[in-house]
Ligand binder design. Structure first.
Ligand code: SME
Length: 162
């Protein structure tokens, strides 16, 4: 099995994410606008990773999570803290790796095509910025290598904001 970040093939996910982190660093370098960087980050990941049906940001507005730059079909706009996979990532401050969204109590189904999901909380110290959410139509699409890789990518995104 190989892992594609078109048009390059990688031997494993660690190499794929290392390459993607480097690309993200280059893409976001020199710009601090959070919306601009979030939009380009979502587009980069969307085109690099196979088997996704949604990837994007929910940004914290001071009371709840509001959909931000993303790729994929239109999505739910607002998610309360503690609700769904996104709200759970925000309140627990832990990446949520959901192999089967139908088995996750409280999962919010924006698109019924989604079967697995990973959500990384984005914090600047103690300040919640939002979450990075990626969905796939394939069950168990994401594993611990994806968790490590996505957290690394999110660190690049957070660092770009200065
Ligand atoms: N499934 C998410 C909602 C956002 S959509 O996947 C784009 C959740 O349960 O929080």
């Amino acid at each position: 099995m190989t892992f594609a970040a078109a048009p390059i093939q990688f031997a494993n996910k660690a190499e794929l994410y290392a390459d993607l982190a480097e690309q993200a660093g280059g893409l976001l370098h020199g710009e601090r606008n959070p919306i601009a960087n979030a939009a380009n980050f979502a587009a980069l990941v969307w085109h690099a990773l196979p088997d996704l049906n949604w990837c994007g940001f929910y940004l914290y507005d001071g009371s709840e999570l509001v959909v931000g730059p993303f790729q994929g079909k239109p999505a739910c706009v607002r998610i309360a803290l503690g609700k769904g996979v996104c709200g759970t990532a925000a309140t627990t401050r832990q990446t949520q790796l959901v192999r089967d969204v139908n088995a996750f109590d409280g999962h919010i189904a924006c698109d019924r095509a989604s079967n697995s999901e990973i959500v990384v909380p984005l914090f600047d110290g103690d300040r919640l910025l939002g979450v990075w959410d990626v969905d796939s139509p394939t069950l168990a699409r994401f594993d611990d290598d994806d968790r490590v890789g996505m957290e690394r990518l999110c660190a690049v995104f957070m660092a770009s904001l200065g």
